[in-house]
Design a protein. Structure first.
Lengths: 229, 229
DNA sequence: ACATGACTGGAACAGTGTTCCAATCTCCTG
DNA sequence: CAGGAGATTGGAACACTGTTCCAGTCATGT
């Protein structure tokens, strides 16, 4: 277990190899997650990337779960903190949600981690911001919690779905092939039994992820606006 | 790899131990998942529960991923197939969503699996039903796909969150303790910096899961109704 | 009867997160 | 400035996974 306390690793005199630190470990983990995918992050790979052993890593980080949480927090917190701009309250909420969207598009493993462990610290900040937005939109106090929860769950659902898609893309290196396979499974049933699925299959293949995300978001925002008064 | 084809295991003469089959393997897996939690499902535990070895299991099931998918499909498909009742179209959609809700409450591991692999076969049926509902509600064709996707993602988000909560409950055997810990982390920031989080902390502790689920659902339904015309 | 192929059980393998510990390195103190 | 105490390191070892392999067994059709 890592010991919290006075660590003195702020001076690497000449061209000594820089001493390990929690930040360096987290940064290396993020680099592996981004560059080689979620499955590539093992303590052995991490140790090699840092030219050390797994024991040394465990001195700075309790276990893999907290390492993943720290990595998620690192990329999420800044994005969320800087988001929330917008003249209208609804725009501010949209901006926060889009901040999360962009982070997940850039780092799909964040989606996996969010889907497994939704209540990361950064999510508290997110809940604060969107609650403020809903309040400014005129949502009554009694419904604020439900609105915030609903939006968070919508975000989590997108996170899960985007992360799963990215995992599949990563394996086959070919997004269109993955989509074709998905559409094929999608349209496996008889058109007579699944008319809407067949009707909308084209859209599944060609839809723009961000546009769909925003459309779903606007559904929730419109529903929230509807609670005014 | 398991061989598909003519399998002849439909007769166990007297009181012979019944022969293995894909269905029996899946049923045993579900029993372990329900009774002892997600982490308890290992091929060794499964083999012991079926009084056999792991090799025999692999004859009937390709790997753990497909086993989990089959288990999920088993509990999800029936619930979804039987759902969708309701005089008004919106009620039918609500009924489908509540079907998924109930399955996840009864088998939280379904939430984990759905969050990891959203496009199970049963989800196609679900998409079909909710698309039909949205259509009957008067949502224009051009928005049908977005509405369906949004609702699916909301469901996935609930699935992820409920599964994570259930995992924590399982570890500490004490729901209120888990909630207290969560609220504590939740209210860690300064009240001045996180006014809404502190304002709504009580609701986080005491809210009814089903009520919150339905409230969020109604947000989306209201948003969809708003697209009429 | 017996050969063929479906099926079984469990040993062996590769890879994981985690623990343990002897060695080192740093810094404070006598 | 010597040297000890504690912080930090690296890598071997451990326990546990999913998965593969394979020598057997069983059932059945000829």
């Amino acid at each position: 277990m890592s010991r919290m306390g006075m660590s003195s690793n702020d001076h690497q005199p000449k061209q000594q190899k820089p001493s390990l630190s929690r930040e360096r470990v987290v940064a290396a983990a993020i680099a592996i997650l981004d560059g080689e995918g979620e499955n590539a992050l093992t303590f052995r790979a991490l140790a090699k990337s840092l030219s050390t052993g797994s024991g040394a890593i465990y001195w700075h980080v309790a276990d893999k779960r907290t390492l993943l949480a720290a990595a998620t927090e690192h990329v999420l917190s800044e994005a969320i903190a800087q988001s929330g701009r917008g003249t209208h309250p609804a725009d501010a909420v949209r901006d926060v949600a889009l901040g999360v969207f962009d982070v997940i598009e850039a780092h799909p493993w964040v989606g996996t981690e969010l889907a497994r462990e939704p209540w990361q610290p950064a999510m508290t900040t997110l809940f604060e911001k969107i609650s403020a937005g809903f309040d400014a939109m005129g949502v009554p106090r009694s419904a604020l919690f439900y609105c915030g929860s609903a939006l968070v769950q919508y975000l989590l659902g997108f996170a899960a779905q985007a992360a799963a898609a990215a995992r599949h893309d990563f394996q086959s290196q070919d997004r269109t092939e993955v989509l074709t396979t998905l559409v094929a499974r999608w349209t496996q049933g008889e058109p007579a039994d699944y008319p809407y699925v067949h009707l909308l299959a084209d859209e599944l293949r060609s839809h723009d992820e961000r546009e769909a995300f925003l459309a779903g978001l606007d559904l929730i925002l419109a529903g929230a606006r509807n609670l005014q008064g």
